[in-house]
Design a protein around this ligand. Structure first.
Ligand SMILES: [Fe+2]
Length: 309
């Protein structure tokens, strides 16, 4: 009998898989570990449904994919979670991010991004697990950038070949330059606000717009709308229009999967090829998630030359 079953994501067959029937004890089996590693590499996103063991299972599963990494924004802060490998993803009405978008107040909303675009090193992914789920909203969205590159029109593929994107840490979504923008900032969390002073975000980061997945050679359309400042060497109207066109091709419904959380879910994603977003909750709701971060670096990020004062 196989140690687990796999099925396609509901409503999305371009990438991803749903794993059911995995017992926490089976995680120690080398064949199971190998199969789960392969699944992540080929599919980019793995939804574990009805998996027992909570925090312990989450950390052990995460170790299949690499060492845990402490989230860079948590270094030097007094933020604590139940385990050193866990980062908090939390929305509480009194302290979380609240925006007005299209006339509606939304808590804990995060636009499409990959983690760490604003620094040169990019971690390999993570596993997200719910602790307290809201009564309404709170989905996590994903877009596969291998599928996104595949759907890009050939002339656009040619125009972006060899180009790179500049990124800077901009937590205020009313100032977002690319992708959807919030209409009004109502409240910003301390974590996001303090992030602006963090030494790691003072110089812009640069990442190639297209690169190949190690092992398979598949091309990845490596663009994070959130944090994007412009195209390197083309920070002008023409460059911004080109980047907007590319972003428009990435953020399209047929490439999206929105995960509706249930107790006993864990979601693993490959941050080197997936975008993700948080759809947000009505501000009166509470949403508490725990994530592990898988250490690593895809090795193609750079820092902008610091200008002489
Ligand atoms: Fe994120």
């Amino acid at each position: 009998m196989p140690a687990f079953e796999t099925a396609p994501l509901p409503g999305q067959d371009r990438y991803g898989a749903v794993v059911t029937g995995l017992a926490p004890d089976a995680i120690d089996d080398p064949d199971v570990r190998h199969a789960l590693l392969e699944l992540w590499s080929s599919k980019g996103l793995v939804v574990f449904r009805g998996i027992a063991g909570g925090l312990d299972t989450q950390v052990r599963l995460s170790e299949i994919y690499g060492e845990p990494e402490i989230h860079p924004m948590m270094e030097g802060t007094d933020i604590k979670t139940e385990h050193r490998a866990l980062a908090p993803i939390e929305f509480r009405e009194e302290s979380g991010n609240i925006y007005e978008i299209d006339g509606k107040l939304l808590g804990g909303y995060l636009p499409w991004h990959f983690d760490g675009a604003y620094v040169d090193r990019i971690n390999h992914g993570g596993i997200l697990r719910p602790d307290i789920l809201p009564g309404e909203g709170g989905d996590t969205g994903f877009i596969d950038q291998i599928a996104a590159y595949h759907l890009l029109p050939d002339p656009l593929k040619e125009r972006i070949e060899g180009l790179s994107v500049l990124y800077s840490y901009q937590p205020d979504l009313t100032k977002a330059k690319f992708g959807p923008r919030a209409d009004r900032l109502v409240q910003m969390s301390d974590l996001f606000r303090k992030g602006m002073e963090h030494p790691s975000v003072q110089i812009r980061a640069i990442h190639p717009m297209v690169y190949r997945q190690a092992g398979t050679g598949r091309k990845i359309l490596h663009v994070s709308p959130w944090f994007a400042d412009g195209i390197e060497g083309m920070e002008n109207e023409e460059g911004d229009a080109l980047l907007r066109e590319v972003v428009g091709h990435v953020i399209r419904p047929e490439l999206m999967y929105f995960h509706k959380w249930q107790e006993g879910d864990m979601v693993l994603w490959d941050n080197w090829r997936m975008l993700h977003c948080a759809t947000g909750v009505p501000p009166g709701e509470t949403r508490i998630m725990r994530r592990t971060t898988i250490v690593g670096d895809y090795g193609l990020g750079r820092r902008e030359e610091k200008r002489a004062a």
